[in-house]
Ligand binder design. Structure first.
Ligand code: AMP
Length: 216
């Protein structure tokens, strides 16, 4: 199964992706998580992208396409993959078409999660992520069993630097300018699914799986 999960920042792409990848036993490929990992390692790529990410801006397209192309060469993608946060603008969507063609693959479904902006702001500013494994939580809707500690790996939970109100508002503006147009790019296709992203993670996951299984 090859999936793309799209939607505005804070809509719950990461949590949905985490559930779907477990369900379908495919790797979760998040460009944001890959960049954060590079930043944490203080690698040359990390140093290059840190300022843009912390300011809520996009990383440059060719660097982003390159890390996706390379990630898709790994063995674990043989049963498929779930892309989260990529493609993020028209240029990336077009380049990704070439990557798919080059690898002889087709995407099974493009899942677009929709939600209203006030909910998004609340979700993002209350989001906490595990410093080590990247698992996401929320201070109200998805609390860890022990306050401030990741259920999965026991590491501390932190707030992402780009999850403040001010930077989130900027990310939403960039999303509307750059990412919204690719919804139209995919909308015309049969494999495009628009899903209501409101509700708990479990409800949204069930909604998506029902839709995927119903169509399959
Ligand atoms: P995310 O974890 O998907 O919210 O991404 C966090 C940040 O990483 C974004 O605000 C961008 O700065 C950067 N980023 C992630 N994916 C992309 C992408 N496909 N293109 C450009 N920048 C990206």
């Amino acid at each position: 199964m090859r999936l793309i999960v799209m939607g505005p920042p804070g809509v719950g792409k990461g949590s949905l992706a985490s559930n779907l990848t477990k369900h379908y036993n495919i790797p979760h490929i998040s460009t944001g998580a890959m960049f954060r990992e590079e930043i944490q390692k203080a690698s040359p790529v990390g140093k290059l992208v840190q300022a843009q990410i912390n300011a809520g801006k996009f990383v440059n397209d060719s660097l982003t396409n390159d890390i996706v192309r390379e990630r898709l060469l790994a063995k674990d993608v043989k049963n498929g993959f779930l892309l989260d946060g990529y493609p993020r603008n028209l240029r990336q969507a077009e380049d990704f078409e070439h990557i798919l063609m080059q690898y002889g693959w087709k995407v099974d479904f493009v899942i677009y999660l929709d939600s209203n902006e006030n909910i998004l702001l609340k979700r993002i500013t209350g989001r906490r992520v595990c410093k080590k494994c990247g698992e996401t939580y929320h201070i109200e809707n998805h609390k860890p069993q022990v306050d401030g500690i990741c259920d999965k790996c026991g590491s501390p939970l932190v707030q992402r630097e780009d999850d403040t109100v001010e930077i989130t508002k900027r990310r939403l503006v960039i999303y509307h300018e750059q990412t919204q147009p690719i919804i139209d790019f995919y909308k015309a296709r049969k494999n495009f699914l628009c899903i209501d992203g409101n509700g708990t993670i479990e409800e949204v996951t069930e909604r998506v799986i029902n839709k995927l299984e119903g169509i399959k």
